[in-house]
Design a protein around this ligand. Structure first.
Ligand SMILES: Nc1ncnc2c1ncn2[C@@H]1O[C@H](COP(=O)(O)OP(=O)(O)O)[C@@H](O)[C@H]1O
Ligand code: SF4
Ligand SMILES: [Mg+2]
Length: 308
């Protein structure tokens, strides 16, 4: 069945669990859309409802595509009618605001400091926090899409990234979301700080991996650590995959490790082009549509409604 993972877990078309939706064999965009619709309808009717998806942490090795995936997922959530808060916890990279098409915002933490204690956090950052309680100064927003930045290290001697992680974690834990609201956090690279950052407040972890053993092993460790935090909803997205054959190799690897994945994205020219221009993906471009489709399948699998 090529490099495509059957969302229902069937090994191949016609085998146990297959509902003959045609997703894995679709050759055109129209056929793909029709098959995806059939599959979504089936999932909506048949998969038991787990706890709703509210707080997602996007993890993985540096440079694998975390910010690219976070931005596309956030924009797709927003198009589906969700109120979306994107939490930028990357202490050095300015990519995320650009990929979202939003102006950069003022960091919550002005001077990152290793001595930062949660007790010193600002008074508005209390328990049962509503998204609307976040001061407007810290938000960059367009419609129902919002960005908040934990902190940035502007120069090599500026401070310590641990304080940024601690503040981001507090925000993630304290937010009390309403129906139709989601938070999606773009996390620090690697696994060194996993469990000390925003992941603690997440109900879903998505690891992005590229075709390298290093990044697959990071994804595997992230899964192991997420399970340790009691987060059972773990998915992987394979990114920058050169061809179907490599996708197949990678998905076999993940299946062998019992790691669930949402899909794969190739080495996409438009992602490179927008990355260089500092602009968001166009919503009609293939890379965006593939990521949007992964999100829809994921939401259907978890019986999440589309507010619009
Ligand atoms: N599917 C893709 N195809 C081509 N380039 C990509 C793809 N995904 C990401 N990139 C590029 O790789 C670089 C790192 O991506 P980014 O999302 O910033 O990774 P991370 O947040 O994990 O560090 C960026 O220049 C981005 O444009
Ligand atoms: S046809 Fe659909 S259900 Fe059957 S294996 Fe392919 S993706 Fe899975
Ligand atoms: Mg990034």
């Amino acid at each position: 069945m090529g490099g495509f993972h059957c969302p229902l877990g069937a090994m191949a078309p016609g085998t146990e669990g297959c509902i003959h939706c045609g997703l894995c064999t679709a050759g055109t965009r129209e056929a793909y859309a029709k098959a995806a619709e059939k599959l979504r309808a089936y999932i909506r009717e048949n998969v038991p409802r787990p706890r709703r998806v509210e707080k997602i942490a996007v993890c993985g090795k540096g440079g694998v595509g975390k910010s690219t995936v976070t931005a596309a997922f956030a924009r797709a959530f927003s198009s589906l009618g969700y109120r979306v808060l994107v939490l930028d916890t990357d202490e050095s990279n300015p990519t995320l605001a650009r990929a979202l098409g939003l102006p950069p915002c003022e960091s919550m933490l002005k001077r990152p400091d290793s001595r930062f204690e949660p007790a010193e956090s600002p008074s508005w950052l209390r328990e049962d926090l509503d998204i609307s309680d976040i001061p407007a100064d810290y938000l960059s927003a367009a419609g129902n899409l919002m960005l908040v930045t934990a902190g940035k290290l502007e120069d090599p001697f500026a401070g310590c990234a641990c304080s940024i992680g601690a503040l981001a974690q507090l925000l993630m834990l304290n937010l009390e979301l309403q129906e139709g609201e989601v938070v999606i956090a773009d996390t620090e690279a690697g696994v060194e700080s996993f469990g000390r950052g925003v992941e603690r407040g997440a109900d879903t972890v998505i690891a992005v991996a590229e075709p390298s053993l290093d990044s697959l092993e990071v994804a595997e460790k992230v899964k192991y650590m997420a399970e340790g935090l009691g987060i059972s909803r773990f998915r992987t997205i394979l990114n920058k995959v050169p061809d179907e054959e490599t996708a197949e190799l990678l998905t076999e690897y993940l299946e062998g490790k019992d790691i669930r994945y949402l899909g794969w994205l190739g080495q996409e020219k438009e992602v490179v082009r927008h990355g260089l221009a500092g602009t968001p993906l166009d919503k009609t471009e293939d890379a965006y549509l593939k990521l949007e489709n992964m999100l829809k399948l994921f939401l259907d699998e978890n019986e999440m409604d589309y507010p619009l």
